[in-house]
Design a binder for this molecule. Structure first.
Ligand code: ADP
Ligand code: MG
Length: 401
């Protein structure tokens, strides 16, 4: 895989596909504001290095899902402004990719200067399933650059015009973020220091079965919390009340438990759970034995004994991957399991990688120090697919000649 150190960017127009898809909120005056600029900050390293190398930078990015329409609330304008502040130079905004002066603006860029094209998903061909439609758009994009750099890790699992099709038209390389993400996942997938512990949670076991299937032959311990734990408990024959349960996955989970035994992988399930009748914290909350969840109650977090147990296993590990919150962390009453696990990761000297959009959000929401983790992935879907062992098209295309 080539990086920006391996291609000539000096005085070249560099088309940079970044992932700037930040969560936005409308303020009291109806203006869209960025509520978490983590992905913008994660894009700065590449931009700074390209500027040092005298590149002229043209950024391609998306925001939300405008589905081929120019939705003003999904404009990248506020993103361009904030990113400009972060890199210390204003970014020229190109309102319309197909505008008469777009090429003129790009060709007028001087080395070190930056332009950003409006939300690429305003173009319906960007996400088309039809390759010829995507290629049509990619050809237009290719007129704006001499080389292509992919740094939007959050989109590398997508076959899209500004990700894969454009990469086939220009000399190409990975940016710093994609390099860092690849390095972290390569380590935990192919070269983990043992003991190797994977902590999984989140809402649906069906979302994570692919990950478990792939990791079961690599890890030493699998700690399971979150909503998915209840399908495991049920598979072991326990009642789970009104907790999240995927009945159609019970057989698959039983098989997984068997495979784990054969491979000598320890699966650690909750021993106690925080229960309530309501998800929003409005009903009474209590802690029960995980094997004795009463009828009518939902398990909404791992209990204190489980938190302690998981923290201990994490402390003994040399490599830890965490994906999926341990409970409904958005509600204070059910956040403590997620907090304890995240804190245990932060405290440990193990190599720690966090994947999954909500897990990364939980770290920030709960006010933990992000620098205490070795790697927090910026791509929820992309990181899951890597953990599933899939080949991601936006990375694979970098290997094509
Ligand atoms: P990630 O994005 O990190 O991969 P998921 O999307 O799989 O994580 O799951 C995150 C969601 O799971 C959160 O919104 C959280 O509220 C929910 N969740 C976690 N535990 C439970 C539970 N016991 N019951 C219901 N929802 C849960
Ligand atoms: Mg999620």
């Amino acid at each position: 895989m080539k990086t920006i150190d391996d291609i000539d960017v000096n005085n070249q127009r560099v088309l940079l596909r970044a992932d700037l898809n930040a969560p936005m909120k409308q303020d009291a005056n109806g203006v869209m504001q960025i509520s978490d600029d983590g992905r913008l900050k994660a894009s700065v390293a590449t931009i700074n290095d390209l500027r040092k190398k005298n590149a002229k930078i043209v950024i391609l990015a998306h925001l939300g899902r405008p589905k081929g329409e120019g939705k003003p609330e999904l404009s990248l304008k506020p993103i361009a402004k904030r990113l400009g502040e972060l890199v210390g130079i204003p970014i020229t905004f190109i309102d319309d990719l197909n505008g008469a002066d777009t090429l003129t603006i790009v060709n007028a860029l001087k080395p070190g200067e930056i332009a950003m094209v409006e939300n690429i998903r305003y173009e319906k061909d960007e996400t088309s399933k039809d390759a010829t439609e995507r290629q049509k758009l990619a050809k237009v994009l290719a007129t704006l650059g001499d080389v292509f750099v992919i740094d939007g890790f959050g989109v590398v699992h997508r076959e899209q015009a500004s990700v894969t099709d454009i990469a086939r038209l220009l000399p190409k390389a990975a940016g710093r973020l994609v390099q860092a993400e690849q390095k972290a996942f390569d380590k935990v997938l192919n070269n983990p220091v043992r003991p190797y512990v994977v902590v999984l949670g989140g809402s649906k076991v069906s979302d994570k079965l692919g990950v478990i299937n792939n990791l079961i032959s690599k890890v030493d311990k699998l700690l399971i919390g979150g909503g998915m734990a209840f399908t495991f408990l049920k598979a072991q024959g326990f009642e789970v009340g009104d907790s999240l349960l995927e009945v159609d996955r019970i057989d698959e989970v039983k098989q997984l438990i068997k495979t784990a035994q054969e491979k000598n992988v320890e699966i650690v399930l909750p021993v106690d759970v925080v229960i309530s009748k309501e998800l929003d914290g409005s009903a009474p909350v209590s802690v029960v034995d995980a094997h004795q969840i009463p009828v009518g109650q939902k398990g909404l977090d791992i209990g204190p004994k489980t938190s302690e147990l998981f923290a201990k296993k994490i402390a003994d590990a040399k490599t830890v991957v965490w994906n999926g919150p341990m409970g409904v962390f958005e509600v204070n009453a059910f956040a403590s399991g997620t907090k304890t696990v995240a804190q245990a990761l932060a405290n440990s000297d193990a190599y720690s990688v966090v994947g999954g959009g909500d897990s990364a959000a939980a770290i920030r929401l709960l006010g933990l120090d992000e620098s205490k983790f070795d790697h927090i992935s910026t791509g929820g879907g992309a990181s899951l697919e890597l953990l599933e062992g899939k080949v991601l098209p936006g990375l694979a295309v970098l290997e094509e000649v």
